[in-house]
Design a protein around this ligand. Structure first.
Ligand code: CS2
Length: 499
């Protein structure tokens, strides 16, 4: 995020400007709330999703649910850009036919770790903070994929275990905060709310946090296990990275300069497990679904949306489509994704009787086709080693279990493998951004483009492929055929062959 982009001589967006703004959400009852939520991972997604629901919930029913957002990457520039605007920023909703700009006010404070650690610790210790929520992406959880416990071989975790008062990781920060709560006079914890695209995200985070705490203090781990709620959620909204186009749109509509606007699609959905003994904003009053069991919604979203998103991303990086709308605008690609959802993914899901999976699929295809969003395939292609297991491999495992075919899902996995050569079919080069990038690109390089060697090398990466799947004879044969197809004919022909 650049706060210095010389867009125009307009004054900077600030709370003083609010009364003069034409499009903001201010209602007469709005009063500035106290901070009641700490959010780890103050990226675009949170600012377009949970922050908006929270703002609307406060407008509907009040409550002190102002947000303290934390950047974990030490992004002082992002903190300063938002704090110069006293936490204000605009949401630029891009529909196929219209753009809507709204100024958001629920964000009250931004902290950058590790420089602002004392301020963050003060917030975490404050009983007024009743929820700590997270969007830290898959890799932020520092999980050992084999056990689901915290990854003890992760150097950042090793650091936090030896320096528990100076943590850098998410488990380290949460455990330090929870320890302070346990040791405080009234001893009440906060609710920990995962908003990432992980299967069973609440339970997954609970296991990581408890296993981290157990390394330090068994009694603390027992207290967390007994007292701290970790509700599961399914979050959905397509939120691309900010470009100068959003800065220009926001400035044009507001008459003020916003260094930190967020683009997003009009659609949004939030399904939350209703387990908040310490209170929550009235999210249910503003469209969120509070339910007993999030699992079916979470799996449908991970497999239907994120699974096809990753498929589109890898096939597009090879085949030369820069954005999701360009990819889905190709008739063979659209037919391929439609068939993948209908024939291979949907049958793995057990939805409540009232849920219309075909309608869900059609709505997704329409969202992908939104020409105004310009969601870059390269952005979705990042962190494949983390994304593949819940998005594609779990679906393949379910198909194998049911004795059903999965050729298209296998092509998606093959496309990820070939993508690691960092070169499109036409020779254009691109970067690989992944926590395992060095290892994956070295393995890809050592295979010299040979499908068998590439498959053997990458299937041995246990962080991605569980041993039973990697050794499954039929899966290997299907994946090998997909790799051969990509090598011999390229991505576009492979899509056409399997559509
Ligand atoms: C995307 C998601 O970047 C990605 O990997 O698949 O961020 C996706 O846009 C959201 O989950 C939609 O809710």
């Amino acid at each position: 995020m650049s706060s210095a982009a010389p867009l125009s001589p307009l004054p900077r967006l600030s709370r003083d400007a609010l009364p003069a703004l034409p499009t903001h959400l201010l209602s007469p009852e709005w009063r500035e709330p106290r901070i009641g939520i700490v959010h780890l991972g103050i990226g675009n997604f949170h600012r377009a999703h949970q922050a908006l629901y929270t703002e609307e919930a406060m407008l509907a029913e009040g409550g002190d649910w102002g947000i303290c957002g934390v950047t974990l990457q030490g992004d002082v520039g992002k903190r300063d850009a938002l704090m110069e605007q006293q936490g204000l920023y605009s949401l630029v909703e891009r529909g196929p036919a219209a753009v809507k700009v709204t100024v958001m006010r629920a964000l009250r404070e931004v902290l950058a770790m590790p420089v602002d650690r004392p301020a963050l610790f003060a917030r975490l210790a404050d009983p007024a903070v009743r929820i700590v929520s997270l969007t830290v992406t898959e890799k932020g959880y520092c999980r050992d994929p084999k056990t689901g416990e915290v990854a003890l071989d992760d150097p950042a975790i090793a650091h936090d275990l030896t320096h528990p008062l100076a943590p850098r990781t998410v488990p380290g920060i949460l455990v330090a905060g929870l320890r302070a709560r346990r040791d405080a006079a009234n001893g009440k914890p906060f609710t920990v709310l995962s908003c990432d695209n992980l299967a069973h995200n609440g339970a997954a985070l609970r296991q990581v946090v408890c296993s981290f705490a157990r390394q330090l203090d068994a009694a603390l781990a027992d207290w967390i296990a007994a007292e701290v709620p970790f509700p599961a959620t399914m979050v959905d909204r397509i939120v691309p990275a900010t470009t100068d186009a959003e800065r220009a749109t926001a400035a044009g509509q507001l008459g003020y300069r916003d260094a930190a606007p967020v683009p997003c699609e009009p659609f949004r959905q939030w399904v939350i497990e209703d387990r908040f003994p310490h209170g929550r904003p009235a999210w249910d009053a503003v469209g969120a679904q509070l339910v007993d069991d999030v699992t079916p919604f979470e799996l449908a979203k991970l497999r239907m949306l994120n699974g096809t998103h990753s498929t589109l991303a890898y096939l597009s990086m090879l085949g030369g489509f820069a954005t999701i709308d360009a990819a889905i605008g190709d008739s063979a690609m659209r037919a391929f994704i439609h068939a993948m959802m209908t024939e291979e993914i949907a049958p793995t899901l057990s939805m409540p009787a009232s849920f219309d999976l075909a309608g869900y699929r059609d709505a997704l295809l329409e969202r992908y086709a939104n020409p105004a969003l310009k969601h870059r395939c390269a952005q979705i292609a990042m962190d494949g080693s983390q994304k593949l297991p819940p998005r594609l491999l779990a679906t393949i495992a379910a198909r194998i279990e049911a004795g059903q075919p999965y050729r298209r899902l296998a092509l998606a996995v093959a496309a990820w493998m070939v993508f690691l050569r960092a070169q499109a079919d036409d020779g254009t080069r691109y970067e690989i951004s992944d926590p395992l990038a060095d290892r994956l690109t070295a393995l890809s390089g050592s295979a010299h483009g040979e499908p068998r060697a590439l498959m053997d090398a990458l299937l041995a990466v246990r962080e991605v492929f569980p041993a039973d799947l990697a050794g499954h004879v039929e899966f290997r044969a299907t994946l090998y055929r997909a790799l051969q197809l990509l090598k011999e004919n390229g991505a576009r022909a492979a899509i056409a062959a399997l559509q």
